[in-house]
Design a protein around this ligand. Sequence first.
Ligand SMILES: C[S@@+](CC[C@H](N)C(=O)[O-])C[C@H]1O[C@@H](n2cnc3c(N)ncnc32)[C@H](O)[C@@H]1O
Length: 345
Amino acid sequence: MTIEKLIINKIINKGSIDVGEFIQLCQFENDGYYLNNNPIGRKNDFITSPEISQMFGEVFAIFLINYWEKKIKTNFNLVELGPGTGALLNDLLRISSNNQKFLNAINLTLIEKNKYLMQLQKSNVNFENTNWSEEFNLQNNNIPSIIYSNEFFDCFPVRQFYKKGKWCEKIIKYNNSEKNFTFSSKKVEDNKILKNLEKFDHVKVAEISESRTKYFNLICKFIKKNKGVFVTIDYGYKNLPNHLSLQSVYNHKKTHIFENIGNQDITAHVNFDELIDLANAHNLQIDLFCTQKDFLITCGIKERKNNLQKNKNEETIKKLNLDYKRLVNKSQMGEIFKVLVVSCF
Ligand SMILES: C[S@@+](CC[C@H](N)C(=O)[O-])C[C@H]1O[C@@H](n2cnc3c(N)ncnc32)[C@H](O)[C@@H]1O
């Protein structure tokens, strides 16, 4: 059964579904978008920072190696959540070859739900004894962990709410005679959700992801218990925006979420304020929260670019300048992407 048919059947059965359920079905059910395709790359639907340029992964690697030198220095679990094509990991491993102690201390696990990407990682990543898992179910092996992700938490389904006098939830119905999906709304009655929505009262819109909260909590608990650090980079905000952020992309162009069902990327910006609150609730330390621009510049991306440009032809120099701007400029990825580092040692 196609995903579209599956969703239509669900709606016919229940009368409507919420936006979160719609996204969950499109992305993670049966043949869902995030289970069997490669969405990443210039020829596919979107491109991520590590795919834009090696500079991103290289300075990220320097940050992680320095962190390990300062706080760990022993064997550790290196865990990437949603490694995509493996580009970021390959940059990290290449830079690590300059620090054999770090490289030899790695116990590598990749968490990936997408079977196609998992196969791609198996052929792209050349590291002995790599473990793969679809879920974050790491066993405690009495060593600390460095866990990291880039553009991972924006993939989690969100439910959408808005306030017009009372809080309402956006829901999705199916018009059988016109054969199309439509948005509708229903008043929020659930007291737990209403309580959760109080902090959004002043902006009057909210996107809430229960599965993202659950996943982040799992990582916080793991780090609290077994020691380590979690570095996450994603589209997102700290001050609540007064607009909804859900977007869909197909072949590098913005679309409507009702188009290309099960065949396009659907993402929502990450609420970093919530992630920081959760980390605080687990008594983790917030080591860093900043924009991607500040992170990359502090880690030396400009110096790396200048180095890579030495003795290169005009075309390569121009490309490095363009990639650098894309990663760092405020109007491109520099400001909308944030970096959060939480730890327990
Ligand atoms: C937007 S891509 C980013 C890929 C890579 N990190 C990069 O920056 O190029 C999201 C990645 O997370 C994976 N993913 C999404 N949701 C997941 C989940 N709940 N569990 C495991 N992997 C997931 C996707 O299959 C993909 O590898």
